[in-house]
Design a protein around this ligand. Structure first.
Ligand SMILES: Cc1ncc(COP(=O)(O)O)c(C=O)c1O
Length: 394
């Protein structure tokens, strides 16, 4: 018996993420320097200076000890104010807000709060992989339903209805959506929440791209819909909105009894979120926001370049018009390759690194995800090379 035999069975069964395999392939081809990387899921901007200054001040001021488990009160209060002002959700900062190590930890904590082994969680696909991986790690069963991509990003309420039974303990909603790049309409969210309310199934909603929107499209928070406040576990984060991916600050807002459970779980693995990072997040919420207009312009320019290039050439189309996040989901079915093979093809032929759609569940097959959170010249270079390669192979 080797030492690796000692690793738990569920980990041995867990596949290696295809997201990282493509980077190994770039190295194998020796293309690390020339490649254009559009596979990343993070803004390319520096964290704004006033946020960094607040962190330095916290460090020099000696804010280096454990903080209260749910997070420093000033930050929870600022989050509650933001939720009221921007999302139409009224929460008590003392009992209904919990600061987590990013939205990533929030996903785990929310699931661990809701499910016992054998329970079921309904997850629309394509999905952000940790929704499914965490459900499986916790001994639950993910029930995958498809997004309807015919016109826009839509979920059929009947799909939820069909799969709800006594084992269903949560429904996952994620809008604006990674990897699809669309936003679920308020009307559609209302229809889904009516199903959740009828069956009293909690909704876990990941809204971490809530500020990255286009074409005047509005983001609706599930918890703001009639009757949904106590049945919703809202996840958000500082990572994407404030370009703070490495700081690791996110949060959960939910009814007080859920929040008490979050504390039990988050404490066992984190104790609390990094104190200095929490003060930085507090500065993010309470400080100036003018940088966001500048970032928005860059995203709009980059997205416009992609849309224009694809309009001029009919080599491929997008899953939906990208109205939220900094991703587009490109249809590659014409190539007649799996998405994992296609991303290798694009590295080899175009020097562009993308993410295979299959990494987001089986309904992501037939697509590749392209991020436009990068310098405009990278987007220009990448899209023209991709179109050229696709034209040649069609
Ligand atoms: C949909 C979604 N949820 C959560 C996360 C994790 O975010 P955080 O950095 O806040 O942990 C990501 C990161 O890419 C994401 O795309």
């Amino acid at each position: 018996m080797t030492v690796s035999d000692k690793v738990a069975g569920y980990l041995k069964r867990m596949p290696v993420s295809p997201f990282y395999a493509i980077l190994d392939y770039v190295v194998d081809l020796g293309l690390q320097k020339e490649a254009v990387y559009l596979n990343m899921g993070e803004p390319h901007f520096d964290t704004p200076i006033h946020i960094r200054e607040a962190a330095k001040k916290a460090l020099d001021g000696g804010y280096t000890a454990y903080t209260p488990q749910p997070g420093i009160f000033q930050l929870r209060e600022a989050i509650a104010e933001k939720l009221k002002r921007e999302n139409g959700i009224e929460v008590d900062p003392k009992t209904e807000v919990f600061v987590t190590n990013g939205a990533q930890a929030a996903v785990y904590v929310a699931l661990k709060t809701l499910i016992d082994p054998g329970d079921e969680v309904i997850v629309p696909s394509p999905y952000y992989p940790p929704y499914v991986i965490n459900t499986e790690i916790l001994g639950g069963k993910p029930i995958i339903i498809p997004f309807d991509l015919r016109d826009d990003l839509t979920l059929e309420p009947e799909e939820f209805e069909k799969h709800i039974n006594e084992k269903t303990k949560a429904i996952f909603i994620h809008s604006p959506n990674n990897p699809i790049g669309g936003v679920i309409s308020e009307e559609n969210l209302k229809a889904i929440s009516e199903v959740a309310l009828r069956h009293r199934i909690p909704v876990v909603t990941d809204e971490c791209y809530e500020k990255i929107l286009f074409d005047g499209v509005k983001h609706t928070s599930v918890a703001s819909l009639p009757g949904m406040k106590d049945l919703t576990l809202t996840i958000s984060s500082f990572s994407k909105s404030y370009s703070m991916t490495g700081w690791r600050v996110g949060y959960l807002a939910a009814e007080a009894s859920f929040v008490k459970s979050f504390a039990k779980i988050h404490h066992t693995i984190n104790i609390c979120v990094n104190s200095v990072a929490q003060w930085a997040a507090y500065a993010a919420l309470t400080g100036p926001h003018d940088f966001m207009d500048k970032w928005q312009k860059v995203y709009e320019t980059n997205r416009g370049i992609i849309l224009e290039a694809l309009e001029k050439s009919d080599v491929t189309k997008l899953a939906v018009r990208p109205t939220g996040t900094f991703y587009v989901f490109l249809d590659i079915t014409k190539l007649g390759m799996s998405s994992e093979v296609a991303v290798r093809f694009f590295v080899r032929e175009a020097g562009v690194v993308l993410t295979p759609g299959s990494g987001f569940g089986s309904y992501g097959e037939g697509y590749v995800r392209m991020s436009f959170a990068t310098q405009t010249e990278n987007v220009e270079k990448a899209i023209s090379r991709l179109v050229e390669v696709l034209e040649k192979s069609s």
